[in-house]
Design a protein around this ligand. Structure first.
Ligand code: ZN
Length: 139
């Protein structure tokens, strides 16, 4: 008997759609203020630093660092493999620019704060989930 876990899909709207479909082109996009250059996530219509409404999605490197993580051991649905990692990834573009996502490709006992990671998209229906996978670091 095989049942694949159906991951809950995000509600797409005019404000966040760009984020969830960016993976179609293989590039992570984050909202950026055109007035002061501040990166904004999660998406919102006004810059959190200068209150400008001149905000638009811009491509980012897709590189970041594990800022914090949680090990989930609860099988929320049939077919969900546990344990898995939910992490907060700080993108290279800006301090405290955090994306909450799954961290994949690493044993839950080996993940570390500060680990270097890179985005990797997984498509589910109309959504490209930006997951992060560890990459080799130079330290
Ligand atoms: Zn701004």
């Amino acid at each position: 008997m095989t049942s694949l876990y159906q991951r809950p899909l995000p509600q797409l709207d005019d404000q966040n759609r760009f984020f969830w479909v960016a993976g179609e082109e293989g590039v992570l996009r984050i909202l950026r203020c055109g007035s002061c250059g501040f990166w904004i996530h999660p998406p919102q219509p006004v810059c959190t630093r200068c209150l400008s409404r001149d905000v638009a999605p811009q491509p980012v490197s897709g590189l970041g660092t594990v800022h914090s993580y949680t090990i989930n051991i609860q099988p929320w649905g049939p077919g969900l493999e546990v344990p898995y990692l939910i992490g907060s990834v700080e993108l290279d573009e800006q301090k405290e620019l955090l994306v909450t996502t799954n961290i994949i490709g690493v044993d839950v006992n080996e993940v570390k704060i500060g680990m270097r990671v890179k985005v990797e998209f997984q498509k589910d229906e109309d959504v490209w989930f930006p997951f992060f996978r560890p990459i080799a670091s130079h330290n």
